[in-house]
Design a protein around this ligand. Sequence first.
Ligand code: UD1
Length: 417
Amino acid sequence: MSQYIISPEGNLFGTVSISGSKNAALPILAAGLLSEGESVFSHIPELSDTACMGELLLCMGANYARHMDGTVTVSFPSGGRRKTAPLELVNKLRASFLIMGPLLARCGRVRLPLPGGCQIGARPIDLHLKGFSVMGAKIRQGHGYVEASCDRLKGGSIYLDFPSVGATENLILAATLAQGETIIENAAAEPEIADLAACLSKMGAEIEGAGSDTVHIYGKESLNPCHHAIIPDRIETGTFLALAAAGHGDVTLKNVCPAHSKPVLAKLEEMGFLLEVGEDMIHISPCERFRSVDIKTLPHPGFPTDMQSQFMALMSVAEGTGIVVETVFENRFMQVPELLRMGAKIKIDGRTAVVDGSKRLSGAKVTATDLRAGAALVIASLAAQGETVIDNIEHLERGYEHFPEKLRSIGVNIEKR
Ligand code: UD1
């Protein structure tokens, strides 16, 4: 297990280029299974999660390669395909379940290990499976596996009880090759879904309404390969803004899509930060004493659950008291015991946390329990006196490309051991 050792050293200053979105890249890589020919995807971030999806695609019989210029190619020729994946791989990456829709649509049968829960919640897949059944698939579960089969998927009308990002993506992927029209209501509206639809449209799919709560997909007989560039990562964007905010930074982010970060930008302005927003850049100026805010996580366009822990770290050193309500995942306050070790004042009651701001935290030895909880600790370390040692940084490297290098480029004194 590796560690980050961070010691605050003056105010942050500089420019960071934001990478392609991890959460857009994963379903788009799975979309590579929908056509025979070779699709080329650019701005796929080089992360353990994207590498794991690549391994999974290879394992299912696809051709997958990452090239020197940063592009990734995927093709899935007919014949010789495996229809099942090893448990170790599926357990490493929850999003591996996104291959079910494309494989079912193209091969008519797929058997995958049931993904377990993870640190942040039980994370069931019932909504994915209900949607596949509406489209005519037979679903069987047993011995830790789920198997879906069909002759050809048929369009249908699907209502999601909750706007699940993964279920919306999996069902859109499957519906592109189904017979007739599929309607998904109460669909997730995250920007990553609109990006998936943009990519699928380049492959010849017909999709309306992606990025809103109702999506119509008109199924095709086959799809073609395409060339698609992934959108910038809005969570990496938000994380670097929170990092700059905590480290009194005068920092510019380039290669961003500000429209995707509105809930985060609004909260930073409410805290008192001055932001300059351009077409594909955001600049944040230092603010000596910033105010706390209240946050409630919600499906897009609400405040993203993936930014909750980073904002909690920032609120720990803000003026006043703020309340955080987590409505998306049932166990997403994993960062709290670690922040408490650094001197933060946080009380939890169920899905609500009350955060009393302190002037300064103190460096300590802490553990990254998941990706975003780990990011919260890096943010806290910038507002702490003395050295912070963060264990289990493998979690962080699942989601932040070249993280230590990018942090150093804006003046963070960080060592990886
Ligand atoms: C995706 C993101 C993750 C983000 C989350 C919410 C990827 C790879 N991951 O995860 O970073 O935190 O969206 O924005 O894009 N649920 C069910 N049944 C289902 C599916 C989901 O009850 O069949 C519940 C989950 O337990 C959770 C909620 O719905 O409480 C949201 O989950 P979902 O939107 O599906 O998240 P993911 O797609 O797993």
